[in-house]
Design a protein around this ligand. Structure first.
Ligand SMILES: C[S@@+](CC[C@H](N)C(=O)[O-])C[C@H]1O[C@@H](n2cnc3c(N)ncnc32)[C@H](O)[C@@H]1O
Length: 362
């Protein structure tokens, strides 16, 4: 453990100031001044309202690598089997599923019988709610089924909105995080924001980290706890917190709590438990500022994934570059896309964009 860091992960003001870089943040500010995240007291911006001008950071910009394509290979636990005609055929553990896929604008590679043999088909409008949107051609299936990620068990789940309780391309980030935790040889604190069903949190905990998992949905937290029990990881130190991610980050900043690894996978639009509005395009820069402010003195990773396709990869890359400018160490930002490759014809399916800050250089 860093001798600069208190045992419980909290920092003194002088430790935080030292970490926040030698250069003054803005002229006239005392050395080590850390602005309060702007979102802390501000009501959400109304549609069409002109945004407040943002102050550019001074100091060294991180080194950068763009574009970086992170591909998740097929395993026994998951494979993207085939794609085409606006659909994808996937294998999740013991089950094969057909779901809508807007990016698959080409034709299918496998013949119809391969698709017709699927165990479950999501039939509904993707915006419509209700489990009834799933059809089970051979036999009815229970809501959950056993899955695993690199030996960490969890439950696949037929949910509304076509999701199945996991985003398999996140494997690229989870493996990098696990390697960082196992290689650190010190107790690490991991923050998983917008943590959903908690698979990333379980991977971090199984690797030995103290984990804080934040999600606005009581239902998702309930599923995450079920996954923890299913994985037999009840004895691991995971805090499950049902709260607005933005509010949580601001509060951790005020309390001086710090994390070595932060993962955030925010939706384009979401709501906190008290109706707080999350709008990716309005709130992301403040969110990254807040995350920067709660990185520990020996941070290892800040990983952002965005499934919002209105943005370009460069939009989230430059937002991360701005957020980490003047940080010490300046570090390195890599951005690109998370992709999956179908096993049928080897075509690549893009799922999301990501941006990842690490303290070292490539
Ligand atoms: C895992 S992300 C989904 C990302 C996904 N890849 C996508 O964009 O469809 C969604 C999670 O964020 C949570 N969420 C939405 N708004 C939130 C907020 N304001 N604070 C915390 N969690 C929020 C949801 O409950 C959900 O579990």
């Amino acid at each position: 453990m860093s001798k600069n860091r208190a045992r419980d992960g909290r920092r003194t003001k002088s430790q935080a100031a030292k970490r926040d870089g030698a250069p003054r943040a803005r002229s006239g500010e005392p050395r080590g001044f850390r602005p309060k995240p702007k979102h802390a007291d501000r009501p959400p911006r109304a549609a069409g309202e002109t945004p407040e001008p943002r102050t550019r950071r001074s100091g060294a910009r991180p080194a950068e690598t763009v574009p970086l394509i992170l591909e998740t290979d097929a395993t026994d636990d998951y494979a993207l089997v085939d794609t085409g005609d606006g659909l994808k055929l996937e294998r999740y553990g013991s089950l094969t599923l057909v779901r809508p896929e807007q990016q698959a604008i080409w034709g299918r590679a496998l013949p119809p019988p391969d698709w017709e043999a699927a165990d479950a088909v999501f039939t509904g409008d993707t915006d419509e709610e209700g489990l009834g949107r799933w059809r089970f051609p051979a036999k009815p299936l229970p809501e959950t089924w056993p899955m695993a990620f690199d030996g960490v068990p969890y439950l696949g789940r037929f949910t509304s909105f076509r999701h199945v309780g996991v985003f398999p391309e996140q494997a690229a980030h989870w493996r990098a995080m696990r390697n960082a935790i196992e290689g650190a040889e010190r107790p690490l604190r991991v923050l998983n924001l917008f943590g959903y069903t908690g698979v990333g949190s379980l991977v971090a905990a199984a690797a030995g980290a103290h984990v804080t998992h934040v999600d606005a949905s009581k239902k998702a937290i309930g599923w995450a706890r079920e996954n923890q029990a299913h994985a037999g990881l009840e004895d691991k130190p995971i805090r499950w917190i049902c709260e607005d991610a933005m509010k949580f980050v601001a509060r951790e900043g005020r309390r001086g709590n710090a994390y070595d690894i932060i993962l955030l996978d925010p939706p384009a639009y979401g709501r906190g438990p008290a109706g707080e509005v999350w709008q990716l395009f309005d709130h992301l820069p403040d969110m990254l500022d807040g995350c920067r402010a709660i990185l520990s003195d020996t941070p290892l990773m800040l990983v952002l994934t965005a499934y919002a396709i209105r943005a370009s990869m460069f939009a989230i890359h430059e937002t991360m570059m701005e957020a980490m400018t003047g940080f010490a160490p300046a570090g390195h930002v890599e951005s690109g896309e998370l992709v999956l490759r179908e096993t049928s014809a080897g075509r690549v399916l893009s799922t999301s964009m990501f941006s990842r800050w690490t303290p070292g250089h490539a």
